[in-house]
Design a protein around this ligand. Structure first.
Ligand SMILES: [Zn+2]
Length: 406
């Protein structure tokens, strides 16, 4: 492109216009050609040319007729969600969960496999190739229909460069996972911190759709956060932003996995609930909760009126509320999506979260915030990773040649 700047510019503008049309249809479709012309600011001729190319390539389709306008019905256009397939992977400490989805991240197939305990990059990549081959074989979808593979995992992930900068579970540093896997499987691979990929999916298809400023906070084994400002995801320097779980909420508090003390995660994530219950049981406090302690068991006991279970959950919720108050005080989002496996604790945790929010948020800011609770099972996490690929398709005009496979 550097040797032919004029030609390159023309191609780039064409690609950007295609991308604009696709994004308008993704956000507002179905739309007629004249609505598209109005919303895009492009000429009637350009819209007509781009849409017929996109129809030929199967990216969009004609979808019935809209309301009468000016005496005749107009043909409506919408995205074709089955123009391609996407593989989304949630890479966990001991398991790999995979979904095959369409371009709206609707799951079409699901596969889950254990991961061996020796977790060198080679072993994990072998496992990843196994689930990719496995889900394609099980669903009968050919590799050429797949526009890309998205992988979400915990840690500091350099999304732009596809590098695992730091993985707390595998103890990796600076592993170029996306490049290695992409070369081996012959498909584009995108990797991202798991909470950030969940955030992207909320932005593309969920509660965060068209919301300028919002955060996704996950509670489960840990506590994580993804952020969107002015419609852009914010990942910080080399993907380091959003470590909400490691803000200090108690000086001299409990030790955290990160090696520090009194972090929000150490005080409020699910393991903190278990530890609190275990210690109380060891002191002989009466409770219906029986080991091995799981969140479901604690929640069930809380439902039956168990005092220890209730106080363990509400204590966790109170710390969580302190953490969220800090988030609101600094960022003033208009939406917080609360997600993660820990959401099953419902009001036994969240009631005290809300109390703490009222107590600790700067006056007036809380009025602007909508809080949406969204349970996240493993399939949702894997869909989030699929959203990485979809986001990439819509993000970069240079990627549109991917459609040739469709
Ligand atoms: Zn910590």
């Amino acid at each position: 492109m550097t040797t032919q700047p004029r030609r390159g510019n023309r191609d780039l503008i064409k690609a950007m216009n295609r991308n604009l049309i696709l994004n308008i249809l993704r956000g507002h479709g179905p739309l007629s050609r004249s609505q598209l012309t109005e919303l895009s600011g492009l000429s009637v001729g350009a819209v007509s040319q781009i849409t017929s190319a996109l129809i030929t390539e199967n990216w969009i389709k004609e979808d019935g007729e809209g309301d009468y306008t000016g005496g005749r019905r107009q043909t409506m256009l919408r995205l074709n969600p089955t123009a391609g397939h996407v593989i989304g992977i949630k890479l966990m400490e001991q398991r790999i969960v995979t979904v095959l989805t369409d371009l709206e991240t609707t799951p079409l197939a699901y596969l889950e496999r254990p991961l061996p305990s020796a977790q060198s990059p080679e072993v994990v990549i072998e496992g990843l190739r196994g689930v990719i081959d496995g889900i394609l074989a099980a669903s009968g979808v050919s590799r050429s229909r797949v526009v890309g593979v998205g992988i979400g995992l915990a840690g500091v992930i350099d999304y732009d460069r596809g590098i695992v900068h730091y993985s707390p579970y595998f103890h990796w540093r600076d592993v170029p996972l996306a490049d290695i896997l992409s070369t081996q499987i012959g498909l584009p691979v995108y990797i991202e911190n798991d909470v950030n990929s969940l955030t992207l999916t909320e932005q593309l298809f969920g509660a965060g759709h068209e919301v300028a400023n919002f955060v996704v906070v996950t509670v489960g084994r840990g506590i994580g956060m993804g952020m969107v400002f002015n419609h852009q995801r914010y990942q910080g320097t080399r993907g380091g932003a959003g470590e909400l779980g490691h803000i200090t909420v108690e000086s001299n508090g409990l030790p955290c996995d990160c090696g520090k003390f009194g972090c929000l995660e150490a005080m409020a994530a699910d393991p903190a609930v278990f530890r609190y219950v275990e210690q109380a049981l060891a002191q002989g406090i009466a409770s219906r909760v029986r080991p091995p302690i799981t969140l479901q068991r604690v929640v069930d006991a809380a439902r039956e009126g168990d005092e220890l279970a209730r106080s363990a959950l509400s204590r966790s919720g109170r710390y969580l509320g302190m953490g969220l108050a800090t988030v609101i005080n600094i960022l003033s989002p208009s939406l917080i999506v609360l997600s993660g496996e820990g959401v099953i604790a419902e009001d036994y945790r969240l009631q005290s979260t809300m109390e703490a929010l009222h107590e600790h948020t700067f006056d007036g800011l809380l009025d602007n915030v909508r809080i949406v609770v969204k349970p996240a099972d493993e399939e949702l996490w894997a869909r989030g990773a699929a959203g990485l690929v979809v986001g990439k398709v819509f993000e970069s005009p240079l990627l549109t040649p991917l459609t040739q496979d469709a």
